[in-house]
Design a protein around this ligand. Structure first.
Ligand SMILES: Cc1cc2nc3c(=O)[nH]c(=O)nc-3n(C[C@H](O)[C@H](O)[C@H](O)COP(=O)(O)O)c2cc1C
Length: 441
């Protein structure tokens, strides 16, 4: 058995202030050649997929740091055209899309890329997005997840619109397709009314791979019912193991097999030459961060706005989750588990997660130390694979690809996939059981 590896292309890195370092190109976020280089490297070393996150709104802190701007679906189509085997994972919002458009786009991406497409369905917690779609304020979280559930039920049935054999052109008789074998979902629900069918047959994967990344109750229910892959955040091994067990149990309760839901754990890597290089680069990156501001927003996100920046936060002080409608429950649960094991101050928390309020684990070390860590977490049952994020993408992306990946291959932990295999196959996911599109899921 081996684990999967997904590479986040977030630029300039998980330290979004890394654009200020002397070697950085501050415009890389909008440079397609930069993304092409990353995608080609990921493809060459045989990573399973690249990941492009997204939110349909400008970032509130754009005055200080770059954020994703290019539409990731447009970008991924371009990037995968220049590669042979790497998959493309793209975030799309169930709150700000219609099921028909999204189903058609990802079915098309699957065809265009020869079976390498995946959609990360999120409900979008950025409140600024609502105003771009005619809403005076965001829908509450429970409603967003109810909508996402109905959304994925419609999307998956749209993907199944064409039965096998529906497309059978016969030049002699003049029959091109069999309309009796092409069905729309004819869906009428709380949020959507969608007749269908899609105007194209399914792609090589049967259905694009579906990812879910929310850690709240609504997110986990969505994962159990629909996800092939679950993105998650964990600062402690115990939390990660418990989360994976929970996801598996929910899949089984939904009548699915635990082995058909893969948990991909986010981890930020800083790949150092030596202990000295690790210390120097870490301090250099921390120096770009507005630590006090970030510590204050960390405290606000945790529901402790009046806490001192330097006194350790203990689990007992933390209010009940969820603290707010807009924040991420997944990230709050992870931070709570961290301070329960290691009480630390808000300033230390910011350093611990590369500047993101209560974000992903920052793993600093040499290539061998990083390989050891990933191996230990994987052997403990914390994940089926990792979504690798980079402290400073300009440095750590190549170092991970050329120093850490060969060690993982050598140890039999990671196997570069052969060309001509779909993303589903390389992740060990079955071709989805075909269901008649007019049958409710
Ligand atoms: C690895 C990872 C990647 C994520 N990528 C995105 C993203 O690109 N866009 C987004 O809006 N949310 C993203 N999220 C956040 C979740 O989708 C979710 O919206 C958020 O955690 C709030 O929901 P929750 O309260 O259910 O956790 C990501 C989460 C994780 C763990």
């Amino acid at each position: 058995m081996t684990f999967h590896l997904v590479a986040s292309l977030q630029t300039p890195g998980h330290f979004r202030t890394a654009w200020r370092l002397p070697h950085a190109d501050p415009l890389a976020t909008f440079d397609v050649a930069h993304f092409r280089r990353l995608a080609r490297t990921a493809d060459e070393v045989g990573l399973d997929a690249i990941f492009l996150g997204d939110a349909p709104a400008i970032a509130a802190d754009i005055g200080a740091q770059p954020a994703n701007g290019i539409d990731p679906l447009v970008l991924v189509g371009h990037l995968l055209a220049g590669t042979e085997r790497v998959g493309g994972l793209v975030t799309s919002s169930a709150t700000y899309n219609s099921p028909y458009n999204l189903a058609r786009r990802f079915q098309s991406l699957d065809l265009v890329t020869g079976g390498r497409a995946a959609v990360n369905i999120v409900t979008t917690y950025n409140p600024a997005a609502a105003a771009n779609f005619g809403l005076p304020e965001p829908l509450d979280k429970a409603t967003r997840y109810r909508r996402a559930h109905e959304f994925l039920s419609v999307v998956t049935r749209l993907w199944d619109s064409w039965e096998p054999g529906a497309l059978a052109p016969d030049k002699a008789s003049g029959r091109y397709a069999d309309p009796a074998r092409i069905h729309g979902p004819a869906h009428e629900g709380e949020f959507f009314s969608v007749a269908g069918p899609l105007p194209l047959p399914h792609g090589p994967q049967g259905r694009p791979v579906v990812i879910q990344a929310g850690g709240s109750e609504g997110g986990l229910r969505l994962a159990g019912d629909f996800a092939d892959v679950v993105f998650t955040v964990a600062q402690t091994q115990a939390k990660a193991v418990a989360f994976r067990d929970d996801v598996h149990a929910r899949a089984v309760a939904a009548g699915r097999s635990a082995s058909q839901v893969k948990v991909s754990l986010g981890v930020i890597v800083l790949v150092a030459d030596s202990e000295e290089d690790a210390a120097r680069r870490t301090e250099e990156l921390y120096a770009t961060l507005p630590i006090d501001d970030l510590a204050r927003s960390t405290l606000a996100a945790l529901g402790l706005p009046d806490h001192s920046l330097d006194d350790p936060i203990t689990a007992a002080e933390l209010p009940e989750i969820p603290v707010s409608e807009t924040g991420s429950v997944g990230f709050q649960v992870s931070t709570r588990a961290l301070v329960a094991e290691h009480p630390m101050s808000a300033r230390e928390l910011v350093r611990h997660s590369a500047g993101a309020a209560g974000g992903h684990r920052l793993l600093i070390g040499t290539a061998a130390q990083i390989a050891d860590d990933l191996e230990a977490w994987w052997r403990a049952g914390a994940a089926d694979g990792f979504t690798i994020m980079y402290a400073d993408t300009a440095v750590d992306f190549d170092r991970f690809a050329h120093r850490v990946v060969p060690l993982l291959v050598e140890r039999g932990l990671f196997a570069p996939a052969p060309v001509g295999v779909t993303l589903r196959e390389r992740l060990g996911l079955a071709h989805p059981h075909r269901q008649r599109a007019d049958e409710a899921s």
